[in-house]
Design a protein around this ligand. Structure first.
Ligand SMILES: NC(=O)c1ccc[n+]([C@@H]2O[C@H](COP(=O)([O-])OP(=O)(O)OC[C@H]3O[C@@H](n4cnc5c(N)ncnc54)[C@H](O)[C@@H]3O)[C@@H](O)[C@H]2O)c1
Length: 251
């Protein structure tokens, strides 16, 4: 499908996992893609793959924990292409901690990368999205809606994404800008390959919540983002769409 011809999409986290597959998918749908990631090697690989497939992409080094970097990511997209139609806030970090391990520094790191950066990018992108009547897709997590043990910092950051998304959806509805969130369950990406686990925890609790042999794949997330970014989803805003293979129904 070629639903995004003539559009410009900004994708954070485009070096790996869901962000990479989303950048590839949006480019295949016709969008020119700006990729922001702290992993410059991975972002370059994604950019090159898009170009090899005949698409158009550019990369921008981006550290989600730095406000200046978030601001520059948006302004670089405008400098390069002169417009912005789609923002996909996908970059994120995850790890499990017992409560007694969560220092203020760790908690603030989760908030900074997973929540503050999407907020800044939405803020900076909004004037441009109002011009194109564009849309935003923020990646939250099922942990924003149902909670996992040892995931207080991560879950809090992702729950914040839902509030951010819904608030902006209402605030900018009259401007024609749609804002949605996706809540993935367990997905087979590099994030889950070396997930930090604390010592001395109840492994059984986590095993029940994460049936690791039934993970989704990043292409499924990319497909949903492409749909939400397209005109086919023109009446969908303020939603938090769960994509978890039925996991929540089994709890
Ligand atoms: N994989 C899952 O099971 C799952 C489930 C629910 C939600 N999510 C969310 O989906 C999103 C994508 O995760 P993924 O599974 O593709 O993981 P991933 O680790 O493959 O990708 C995350 C990307 O974010 C980038 N990133 C991390 N810190 C950054 C920083 N400070 N600045 C800029 N970029 C940074 C990484 O370099 C990487 O490219 C994340 O927000 C994650 O929380 C993932």
């Amino acid at each position: 499908m070629q639903r995004l011809i003539g559009r410009v999409a900004l994708v954070t986290g485009g070096a790996s996992g869901m962000g990479k597959q989303t950048a590839l998918r949006l480019a295949r749908e016709g969008a020119r893609v700006v990729i922001g990631d702290i992993d410059e090697v991975g972002a370059k690989e994604t950019t090159e793959q898009i170009r090899e497939e005949g698409g158009e992409a550019t990369l921008r080094p981006y550290d989600a924990s730095l406000e200046t970097s978030c601001v520059e990511l948006v302004s670089s997209a405008i400098e390069k292409y002169g417009q912005l139609d789609v923002v996909a806030n996908i970059a994120g970090i995850s790890a499990f901690y017992r409560l007694d391990e969560i220092s203020t520094e760790i908690f603030e790191r989760f908030l900074s990368v997973n929540l503050t950066s999407p907020l800044i990018i939405c803020r900076e992108a909004m004037p441009h999205l109002k011009r194109t009547r564009g849309s935003i897709v923020n990646i939250a997590s099922v942990n924003a809606r149902v909670c996992a043990p040892y995931h207080a910092a991560y879950g809090a950051s992702k729950a914040g994404i839902l509030a951010l998304t819904k608030s902006l959806a209402i605030e900018f509805a009259a401007d024609g800008v749609r804002v949605n969130a996706i809540c993935p369950g367990g997905f087979d990406t590099p994030m889950n390959e070396d997930h930090r686990m604390p010592k001395g925890i109840d492994e059984g609790l986590l095993a029940r919540l994460y049936p690791l042999d039934e993970m989704g794949n990043a292409e499924q997330i990319a497909g949903l983002i492409a749909y939400l970014a397209s005109d086919e989803a023109s009446y969908i805003s303020g939603e938090d769409i769960v994509i978890d293979g039925g996991l929540r129904s089994a709890l």
